[in-house]
Design a protein around this ligand. Structure first.
Ligand code: ATP
Ligand code: MG
Length: 323
């Protein structure tokens, strides 16, 4: 059976971008009998940018609750915490021995995070792609359901796998990204992508209708309709086509005719989004009310992940001459 791995940083609750770009693909692969799926909360990745200790502790749980709310199922997927499987860190160090500094420094994701946190251009941040390669290769995963922003990291993971296989005769597959239709969800500000760590950019899966409506209404739009769709207007139409496809033509025609009332479009988008979120929120409540069950799901997931990870690390240590 082919293996699948994906993860989400413990930097906040999940938003629409995480759901459409990553989780939808995770669900699709989980529900196909051709794959063995490993889904983690990437709490170690969280420490590559400045963070608050208590927030991290809280968010690593929130991400798991969001996973369960969306339908990730411990009977079908291994749901676990990255930090509980030490082999991720161990393999990341071994892989960093076939990774050049120059290559890492030129990555757009590295440059963006340095721009976001100019005083935190650390070795850990530079090494982020090696840790991500380790996450994937540890399970010899062939498919990785993640958004398009992660494509450069996957390219690095493939290069690392190739190089490592050449040098040490390992058999790591070259992992491919599993794409979804929502692989890039723009920020509500109209600039850049929706991100957990960018305030005002996102709609959470746990937002109530009032909050969703308020956030969608805050998307900047022009005063009159017509012309080219830019910034916020493009965001609205992107969201409309993802959540309320049937109404795209109608609003498109109104936009082109210059008769579109933006508030009507915004409220239609908000309602369509909330209709999809509501059942998840109900499911989340059930898990939230049963903390022992969630604890058990996590500890069993960690245990299953460790079993696979130990095998790979053992093989790598042998082949590298460390054993
Ligand atoms: P942070 O700001 O802390 O980096 P994030 O919102 O970028 O948070 P990540 O944890 O880095 O989320 O990414 C988790 C998954 O969600 C990845 O697969 C990533 O590609 C995907 N993803 C993140 N943002 C978007 C987006 N705007 N559109 C589509 N997919 C996204
Ligand atoms: Mg990110």
């Amino acid at each position: 059976m082919k293996r699948v791995l994906s993860g989400i940083r413990a930097t906040g609750r999940l938003h629409l971008g995480n759901y459409l770009g990553a989780v939808k693909g995770m669900l699709e692969l989980q529900n196909s009998s051709d794959y063995e799926t490993f889904y983690m909360v990437a709490d170690v990745h969280t420490i590559t940018t400045p963070y608050n200790i208590e927030e991290l502790r809280k968010n690593r749980r929130e991400v798991i609750l969001d996973y369960l709310a969306t339908g990730l199922d411990p009977a079908k997927s291994v749901i676990f915490q990255q930090s509980e499987v030490n082999e991720h860190l161990e393999l990341a160090f071994y892989l960093s021995s076939v990774t050049t500094i120059a290559k890492m420094q030129h990555l757009p994701t590295f440059k963006e995070k340095v721009k976001q946190y100019p005083d935190h251009a650390t070795l850990a941040l530079l090494n982020y792609p090696a840790l991500m390669a380790a996450d994937i290769l540890l399970y010899k995963a062939e498919l990785v359901p993640v958004g398009i922003d992660q494509e450069p990291h996957l390219e690095i993971a493939r290069e690392i796998a190739r190089r490592f296989n050449q040098d040490y005769s390992t058999d790591f597959p070259e992992p491919q990204r599993f794409k979804t239709t929502g692989e890039y969800i723009p920020s509500l500000t109209g600039e850049g992508k929706m991100s957990k760590s960018v305030e005002g950019s996102y709609i959470n899966l746990t937002d109530d209708l009032g909050t969703v409506r308020k956030k969608v209404r805050s998307i900047p739009t022009a005063t009159t309709a017509g012309g080219e769709k830019t910034g916020g207007i493009k965001v609205l139409f992107d969201l409309l086509s993802l959540f309320d496809k049937e109404n795209v033509n109608k609003f498109d025609e109104e936009f082109n005719a210059g008769t579109l009332q933006f508030v009507a479009l915004k409220d239609a988008v908000a309602e369509a989004i909330f209709a999809e979120l509501k059942p998840m929120q109900e499911k989340r409540k059930e898990f939230d009310n049963n903390p022992e069950l969630v604890d058990r799901i996590i500890s069993e997931g960690n245990e299953k992940a460790r079993k696979v990870a130990e095998q790979t690390i053992d093989e790598v240590r042998q082949k590298m001459g460390l054993k």
